[in-house]
Design a protein around this ligand. Structure first.
Ligand SMILES: [Ca+2]
Ligand SMILES: [Ca+2]
Length: 401
């Protein structure tokens, strides 16, 4: 019954919406639709146009209409990186909204979003029957109601550049009974009201360190860990009275707890970090100067934990790219994630200085393979002068012989 009323309300909300998305929050930069937005771009089944401030981006409006089938019956929607050489950056408001079931968009089962998409518009997939969604690497904003009432969707992996999640956008599945909350990436700055439709009966809910605003939400968790120092709340925030809050001293939430504005039991968390006398740990949490073939225990012997925390390593044998997390056991949360760089293990398979690493170094120097990250490049800088060049290649050749 509630779900039905909610759907009716949403329907009117969508009817009242202007075509271009308007948003006044300073943290949110919404895309602008260019003046010659009618320019049509050819695509097999997507209804698209060129827009953007310089008229060089592709906007997705939805599916193409065809006379025989009503809508093109595409089960798996793939939003490409580019169409006709233009990057696809935006999925428009209500693009795949399954309006009251009347458009029969029920056949859409999965969606894969390309890596150039930065913005998913209001109610973009509202009420659709999608079972899986793969966000691209660069989605920054998910607008209000984007995946709301997607009853067949059970989970979502949020990408690492996501900054803004607007109201009720991730309230999919069973809106009033779901206990699922996705893992929040560290890039999140803004979470609007009822993004998850409420937080229910969860053990520990962790607010990431970069979050600056959290709108109205009912929290029904045993433990709430606030890693953000500058968190501001919307007006409707209600934390259940049994919830124990963990926060840093002098953080905004600590001040509210101290003053009695928020009336929950709380504990201060001590900042924890890693130090080492044998390997280098940079300010952006990269651990370098590691040799090949180290086990988790070898690695731990190089590192000293400052504060109440434990080390958790993602691989049994340390490779370039291995994640080293500093975790608190109770309540469980990650203080910091470090990344390992093994000298000479450029391809990240754990073996330092092999024929594959030689090829990888040559590709980095010639620029013929752009797939290598800064971490891989750091592993290739064998003399540690900050650049990868023929000097490093000479060192590698001598190590291989
Ligand atoms: Ca290697
Ligand atoms: Ca070098």
């Amino acid at each position: 019954m509630f779900a039905f009323i909610k759907k009716i309300l949403l329907y009117f909300l969508v009817l009242l919406m202007p075509n271009a998305t308007i948003c006044n929050d300073s943290i949110i930069e919404t895309p602008t639709v260019g003046i010659s937005s009618e320019t049509l771009v050819d695509h097999e089944y997507l209804d698209v146009f060129i827009g953007g401030s310089s008229n060089s981006e592709v906007f997705v409006k939805g599916l193409k209409f065809s006379e025989e089938s009503g809508y093109s019956k595409v089960e798996h929607i793939m939003i490409p990186d580019e169409i006709n050489g233009y990057p696809v950056t935006t999925i428009c408001d209500t693009a795949f909204f399954n309006e009251g079931g009347s458009n029969s968009l029920d056949f859409i089962k999965s969606v894969k979003i390309g890596d150039n998409v930065r913005y998913i518009g209001r109610c973009a997939f509202l009420d659709s029957h999608i079972e899986s969604i793969e966000l691209g690497k660069n989605v920054e904003i998910i607008e209000q109601g984007a995946f709301e009432c997607c009853y067949f969707l059970n989970e979502i992996e949020l990408n690492n550049n996501l900054r803004v999640i607007k109201g009720s956008s991730l309230a999919f599945g069973d809106y009033f009974n779901s206990t699922y909350i996705p893992q929040m990436p560290e890039s999140i700055e803004y979470i609007d009201s009822y993004c998850f439709g409420g937080i229910r009966n969860t053990n520990t809910f962790v607010i990431p360190k970069g979050l600056k605003f959290w709108g109205g939400n009912i929290v029904n968790a045993k433990k709430l860990v606030v890693l953000s120092a500058e968190l501001n709340f919307g007006e409707e925030n209600i934390i259940n009275s049994e919830c124990i809050v963990y926060c840093y001293e002098n953080s905004t939430i600590h001040q509210k707890l101290k003053s009695g504005e928020i009336n929950n039991e709380y504990h201060l968390i001590e900042n924890a970090y890693l130090t080492s006398e044998t390997v280098d740990i940079s300010e952006d949490y990269v651990i370098s100067g590691l040799q090949g073939g180290l086990t988790e225990n070898d690695l731990k012997s190089y590192l000293k934990v400052e504060g109440e925390a434990e080390i958790r390593v993602s691989d049994e044998v340390v490779k370039t790219g291995t994640k080293i997390e500093l975790v608190n056991a109770d309540p469980e949360f990650v203080y910091k994630t470090y990344t390992a760089v093994v000298d000479g293990d450029i391809n990240g398979d754990g073996a330092a200085v092999s024929a594959e690493d030689f090829t990888a170094m040559r590709d980095i120097i010639t620029g013929s393979d752009s797939e290598y990250s800064d971490i891989n490049k750091k592993a290739a800088d064998l003399n540690g002068d900050g650049i990868v060049n023929s000097t490093d290649l000479t060192i590698m050749k001598s190590l291989l012989n």
